[in-house]
Write a protein that binds this ligand. Sequence first.
Ligand SMILES: [Zn+2]
Length: 316
Amino acid sequence: MDVLRDEMRVDGGILNAYFLYKQRELRDRFDQGLTLREYVGLGEGLLVTDSGAFQGFVRKLFLSNKTIVAFQESIGTDVSSPLDLVTPPGDKRRVAEDKLNATNKRIRAALPLVEQSTLAGVQQGGRFLDLRRRSTEELAAMNVRYLAIGSLVPFFNRNHDVSFVGPVLRDARRIIGPDVPIHVYGAGDPVEIPFFVALGADIFDSSSFGHYARKRAYMTPYGAVDRVDELAAGEYRCPCRVCRDLRDVADWEDLLGDERRLAEHNVWTICETIRRVRTALAQDRLEAMLADIVETHTRWFPNSALGPTWEALHDV
Ligand SMILES: [Zn+2]
């Protein structure tokens, strides 16, 4: 945590409330007054808890919506999450619609349970743009003050395709208005984040830094690279403390084989991307930043969908 706070300067964290809840000993400590902020030790940054909905997607949780929301509220989270229903792209319209209705019903039931925390309205709707739109409209009518976009990852994590994500985020921003934060659950590739910001999102979380490190993938602002020769050639040089003294191919081999150091570099790259996006927004040059990313990314990954799908969105 010290490294995350002092070296990476992370702004906050997301924790899985279900994992916190199911550890009996930890739950007792929370009952005795331990707060989430004390437990995490990240200082004043934003603390978000998610509900375990994604775990519930894989196996049954034996946990109710109201119980997990009340638990999140009791431990002092800043943003709590309902037990929403994950809707993968393969779900047919009927299924996606039923899940959307059930999710919104749970959000409606959970809203009166929170006072200190802000309850996330979670958008579902699967692959149906009109359902996603309706989801956001209903959440706006419930007056949610934090919008999370659920089940969106599978639409962009193959080949950085933004053709569906683009209209989803633009619609969400238009419907919810400029003041409500929009969180894209599970978005954490630094090459994608600046595009999601341009489309209207503000908050991101992901364990991508760890997953990428496990498969020996080195994140850069232009896409993740796993080839030692390309890294050693040095077109991109990372100034983080893990990378700044790397010299030759052997150093790069060592790094790609060291999951912990590689994960640290990856987290640093994500945080640095957020800082660069903020600077670009403040200087009104996000468009130039995106053009630069598309140019380099497309040269490195000629088959990527990012450039073509982004340009198609841009022309609309
Ligand atoms: Zn680095």
